[in-house]
Design a protein around this ligand. Structure first.
Ligand code: IPM
Ligand code: MG
Length: 358
């Protein structure tokens, strides 16, 4: 039996995870899967109940689970809190505490949604890239960090951008392995013209490349990479980069598809235990209205089945069902276009469940 922990979180999190779990139930029934689902609190919802964004109980459940499905965290209600108590700390604590160093963020343009992109169709049609972001190191976690008072009374904020060879090597390896299974091309993104830490990054990636002669490796500085992503995104297959650059580039890549509501992600440890979440946030402005797009969370369940539970057939079935509801021209508001039928969160979930039942 496999154990899945669901952390609905804040904002639209509860609505979209509810639909995703209905979809999981549908594939459980269809493929006779033995999966137990449990629930926990994280982010703002945990702050309300326990006064902290990542309660010990949640961390214990997370450690015991084979995989975690997370909705989204954060909202204006908690924006005034000090850094250590904010909902986002719950997410960062899970990533660090479970050693989920490899963040996979695919950006795929569904042909049915080609019109949703702000870029010209010929620039993005057929887009299929995978951004691999290092998730437990770099400037997000580097010490020392803080805000201190200088002698003249002025305040100074500081963070530390640090990577060890071993951290670079393990994310590099994950990226080379992924590139090998896809188009065989890997682009490593750094700022080696300015930052020593990324000079080391580039050296370690170069060294690793010798073990992967079948993968074509290139390097880009992060500013150029951002430009190339909007100029000619189809030149990329797999991109690998550090925590902060990956945060920025993956939002950029997500928007190329025009529909951030469609993109799932996986954060994996050394043994493919993982946490799965939609790339989009908690969207507090539309929370509780039953209008959010649940497809990114539903597709996150597909990734969970594929990477952590080894159930490729069930994962394929979910992805095919999502494609089928798009073919049926059902759309939530964020991906709506002329001639299609607008549906709400629940109706979208219903349609995917129906497509799986076939
Ligand atoms: C992401 C988010 C998070 C990050 C925030 C919510 C802490 O932007 O997953 O990309 O910066 O990693
Ligand atoms: Mg981000």
């Amino acid at each position: 039996m496999s154990k899945v922990l669901v952390l609905p979180g804040d904002g639209i999190g509860p609505e979209i995870t509810t639909e995703a779990i209905r979809v999981l139930d549908a594939v459980k029934a269809k493929f006779d899967l033995d999966i137990e689902v449990d629930y926990g609190l994280v982010g703002g919802s945990a702050i309300e109940e326990h006064g902290c964004p990542l309660p010990v109980e949640t961390m214990e459940k997370a450690r015991a689970a084979d995989a975690i499905l997370l909705g989204a965290v954060g909202g204006p209600k908690w924006d005034h809190l000090e850094m250590a108590r904010r909902p986002e700390k719950g997410l960062l604590g899970l990533r660090a505490g479970l050693n989920l160093f490899a963040n996979l963020r695919p950006a795929i343009l569904y042909p049915q949604l080609a019109e949703a992109s702000t870029l010209k169709p010929e620039v993005v049609s057929g887009l299929d890239i995978l951004i691999i972001r290092e998730l437990t190191g770099g400037i997000y976690f580097g010490e020392p960090r803080g805000v201190r008072a200088l002698e003249n009374g002025e305040k100074e904020g500081f963070n530390t951008y640090v990577y060890r060879e071993s951290e670079i090597r393990r994310i590099g390896r994950a990226a080379f392995e992924a590139a090998r299974k896809r188009g065989g091309r890997l682009c490593s993104v750094d700022k080696a013209n300015v930052l020593e830490v990324t000079v080391l990054w580039r050296e370690v990636i170069e060294e690793l490349a010798k073990e992967y002669p079948d993968v074509e490796l290139s390097h880009l500085y992060v500013d150029n990479a951002a430009m190339q992503l909007v100029r000619a995104p189809k030149q990329f297959d797999v991109m690998v980069t550090g925590n902060m650059f990956g945060d920025i580039l993956s939002d950029c890549a997500a928007m190329l598809t025009g529909s951030i509501g469609m993109l799932p992600s996986a954060s994996l440890d050394e043994n493919n235990k993982g946490m799965y979440e939609p790339v989009h946030g908690s969207a507090p402005d539309i929370a509780g209205q039953n209008i959010a797009n649940p497809l990114a969370t539903i597709l996150s369940v597909a990734m969970l089945l594929r990477y952590s539970l080894g159930e490729a057939e069930a994962a394929d079935a979910i992805e095919a069902a999502v494609s089928s509801v798009l073919d049926q021209e059902l759309r939530t508001g964020d991906i709506m276009s002329e001639g299609c039928r607008q549906v709400n969160t629940r109706q979208m979930g219903d349609a995917v469940v129906a497509a799986i039942a076939g």
